[in-house]
Design a protein around this ligand. Structure first.
Ligand code: AMP
Ligand code: MG
Length: 289
């Protein structure tokens, strides 16, 4: 155990406190809040270290079951405005577990090949195999975010996508994938800060995209597009969570906690050996030193 005060910690489970049905509309959400968690940055860091070990153990259990033929998997969908910290979650939460058990995929503008298929085609191809935790850095929801905000396809087309997404996710869940959808919420002020830092530091120039400034000009349209997603594509089986992300330590802790809850929900046990343990013990004991 860490040194944090015994009263610090989650007063409400993350999966309850952060669910879009509890948080209220994204437009009124405070990106520097820590819903459900009582503690500061240093207690948060201690919690993350402790909970990271729990996550790593659960991930190993999932992986072991996958190796034994279990088709179940977990899919973490990350969305959020530019600079919200999606990459940081991949590094710092994904980094808590064995990389062999992860399948990470980022989605940019569709390639010419992808454009020749329906919008879910590339998503199908990137789904995690049994035993894996898949992380999507952006996802099929881009097809109702920038696509909606800029009418990259006619409204009559993107309108239909909410239902297509719901059906796709229902099928996915039925086939054994646990889906957790997290929208990292950053404030405009914090985004400005992070953009400016990207320019100040040559080691961050690679992350700077001049187009991000243009997208910022559509902030309210994005909030509306996000709200439409939460209103239309949140369900008990494929829930959406709002992750306040002005404080990176909290965003990481929160996503770690949601992953733990998802994995615990699978109720996994170590797979039974497909060999006779007693016979193998005798054989090993009989080996030369
Ligand atoms: P980044 O996450 O910084 O690598 O940027 C990826 C870019 O690809 C973002 O500007 C996304 O909005 C954009 N993008 C991802 N998927 C789509 C899509 N289906 N349609 C249009 N733009 C997309
Ligand atoms: Mg970017």
């Amino acid at each position: 155990m860490g040194k944090h005060s015994p009263t610090a910690g989650w007063t409400v489970p993350a999966a309850e406190a952060l669910r879009v049905t509890s948080t209220g509309p994204i437009a009124d959400f405070d990106p520097s809040s820590t819903p459900g968690f009582d503690g500061d940055k240093s207690t948060g860091a201690e919690f993350l270290a402790e909970r990271g070990e729990v996550l790593a153990d659960l991930q190993e259990l999932l992986y072991a079951n996958g190796r034994a033929g279990d088709h179940r998997s977990v899919l973490l969908v990350l969305q959020g405005m530019d600079t919200a910290g999606k990459g940081g979650i991949v590094r710092h939460v994904g980094g808590l577990v064995d990389p062999q058990g992860l399948s990470i995929k980022g989605f940019g503008p569709p390639t010419p090949e992808e454009q020749q298929h329906d919008f879910l085609w590339r998503i199908h191809q990137a789904l995690p195999a049994g035993g894996r935790i898949g992380i999507f850095d952006r996802s099929h929801y881009e097809d109702v975010l920038p696509v909606r905000v800029h009418n990259l396809v006619p409204k009559s087309q993107w309108e239909k996508r909410y239902e297509l997404i719901n059906k796709f996710e229902r099928d996915l869940v039925a086939a054994g994938t646990t889906i957790i959808k997290c929208c990292l919420v950053v404030s405009k002020a914090e985004q400005k800060e992070r953009l400016s830092e990207r320019l100040e530091r040559p080691d961050k120039h690679w992350k700077y995209n001049p187009g991000d400034i243009d997208e910022r000009g559509f902030w309210d349209d994005y909030l509306e597009a996000y709200q439409a997603i939460f209103d239309r594509c949140d369900s008990a089986n494929a829930p959406w969570f709002l992750i306040p992300s002005d404080r990176k330590w909290f965003a990481r802790l929160a996503v770690c906690e949601l992953l733990i809850a998802a994995l615990e929900g699978l109720g996994l046990d170590w797979p039974k050996a497909d060999f006779d343990v007693e016979v193998e013990k005798e054989r090993v004991a009989a080996l030369d030193d």
